[in-house]
Design a protein around this ligand. Structure first.
Ligand code: AMP
Length: 227
């Protein structure tokens, strides 16, 4: 994991209100999880929230599932309402990392509106990765059905195939990591999410990270960027 965080870096990160932006498979979830654990900031992943709703078969989950399985975006009003409610919970009072949100211009505008005033965004970090690398990462990704740990058949294999090293539970492939959905998700990223790069560049908060490198290197650079 590298050297321990200095207390100064920790103090800055404790006030972070960051957005991790980038295509599916760029490593946003893996890194957000790691930074959140290291610096005690809340990790707000809209994909994880939706998967929990799907697993619990809530009305929202049932509504979202068809979009997710097809690699499409869940409608803005559903997502915006979910994030607004999540961000109000006590653990997200001081600092958070938004992972997978915003993904459209209306979502970015809604976020700006709900943060107007003192609590503006501290960082927007773009995880840049060439598309050929993304396809390999997504198709080999496996997730623990219990603890959510993220593995990869080639880049991060478990000791025993199909079993989580952390908790011993079964690994599953996300339904949207199947080949049919991957192409759609990348197309949706290009048309609906990539325009956010210009949106945040214009607001001078966008920082770019070369996320095609190893997870450890990306993590070290991320900590520097977020100070
Ligand atoms: P992720 O885990 O971030 O790749 O998200 C998985 C799926 O959840 C996406 O392919 C979308 O179907 C849905 N999703 C997650 N976040 C959003 C969002 N901000 N807006 C719309 N759909 C989302």
């Amino acid at each position: 994991m590298g050297p321990p965080l200095s207390s100064m870096a920790m103090a800055v990160m404790l006030r972070s209100r960051a957005v991790f932006l980038g295509p599916p498979g760029a490593g946003k979830g893996t890194q957000a999880k790691k930074v959140a654990e290291t610096a005690a900031v809340a990790h707000l992943s809209t994909g994880d929230m939706l998967r929990q709703e799907v697993a619990a078969k809530t009305q929202l989950g049932l509504q979202a599932k068809t979009f997710m399985d097809a690699g499409k975006l869940v409608p803005d009003d559903v997502i915006i309402g979910m994030v607004r409610a999540r961000i109000r919970l006590p653990d997200a009072k001081d600092a958070w990392i938004l992972d997978g949100f915003p993904r459209t211009l209306p979502q970015a505008e809604a976020l700006d509106k709900s943060l107007s005033g003192a609590a503006a965004l501290s960082h927007v970090i773009y995880f840049a990765v060439p598309e050929a690398v993304l396809v390999g990462r997504l198709s080999g990704r496996r997730t623990c059905s219990k603890c959510g740990a993220i593995w990869h058949l080639e880049n991060r294999p478990t000791k025993k195939a199909g079993v989580c090293d952390q908790c011993g539970s079964e690994l599953v492939q996300r339904s949207d990591d199947r080949p049919e959905a991957i192409g759609k998700r990348l197309e949706v990223y290009r048309s609906q999410t990539a325009p956010l790069l210009a949106y945040y560049r214009d607001r001078r908060v966008l920082r770019e990270i070369d996320a095609s490198r190893s997870p450890d290197l990306v993590f070290q650079e991320l900590l520097k960027l977020m100070q």
